[in-house]
Ligand binder design. Sequence first.
Ligand SMILES: NC(=O)c1ccc[n+]([C@@H]2O[C@H](COP(=O)([O-])OP(=O)(O)OC[C@H]3O[C@@H](n4cnc5c(N)ncnc54)[C@H](OP(=O)(O)O)[C@@H]3O)[C@@H](O)[C@H]2O)c1
Length: 253
Amino acid sequence: MHNLFSVEGKRVLITGSTQGLGLGMARGFVEAGALVIINGRNQDKVKQVQNELSAYGKVVGYAFDVTYQPQVKQCIDRIEQEVGPLDVLINNAGIHRRAPLEEMTVEDWTTVVEVNLNAVFYVSQCVAAHMIKRRRGKIINISSLNAEAARPSIANYCAAKGGIKMLTKAMATEWGRYNIQTNAIGPGYFLTALTQKLADDPEFDAWVRQEVPMGRWGRPEELIGTALYLSSAASDYVNGHTIYVDGGWRAAL
Ligand SMILES: NC(=O)c1ccc[n+]([C@@H]2O[C@H](COP(=O)([O-])OP(=O)(O)OC[C@H]3O[C@@H](n4cnc5c(N)ncnc54)[C@H](OP(=O)(O)O)[C@@H]3O)[C@@H](O)[C@H]2O)c1
């Protein structure tokens, strides 16, 4: 039973893992004995996180922009060659550009959809090309509670995260036959740089504490367990689902 949840020795690429939820998961996987590939656009930040986490286990870093297709393919192929076959891909990189829908610029719309949805397709397709040959792999897409419930001023983000929910089902449908399991994790409100502005707003902070049944924000380390489960043999027949890690918020919507 002990080995059922093991990720020891697995190679795990986590996009956008230089801070926030990605960094939290990276630390969890390193401590669980996986070899983690750190990613972000900033080479210095990638190097710094790589150095910090190296104290706990095996870590390498590859800086690239998940939206820049030619570079994505080149980097995934390099990782496969230099680090070894990827067992797990976690599509975590994500951004916000907030504006009321009637004022949202096309640039704000396309930038968010490009990073939060299109890049999940770009990176997954490149990684899956290798996983399909091996007839084995796990893909985890980081969605959001906003795939289920909208909030004002984030229509671009809601549309992208809603898209991830269906893209996850599509990947599960097409790649299940190759023994690749694709699932998503939908975090509720977690304290990170992405949500710092909201947490600093007393009204919004009070709203979160009131609406979330557990009465508090999530902590980045609280995503680790679900990510480990979806990366391990324990979830080998779980395919196409979104698991919400939200302190019960969706249950109470
Ligand atoms: N925090 C929450 O409450 C919450 C709730 C639901 C869902 N989520 C989702 O969880 C994921 C992580 O969020 P977070 O709160 O941890 O955000 P964060 O603290 O802002 O971290 C985002 C990470 O993504 C990287 N990144 C951004 N654009 C990138 C690109 N084009 N290519 C490669 N890396 C890129 C950033 O590094 P660089 O900027 O250096 O590239 C950073 O490492 C996102 O998908 C977000 O939508 C978060």
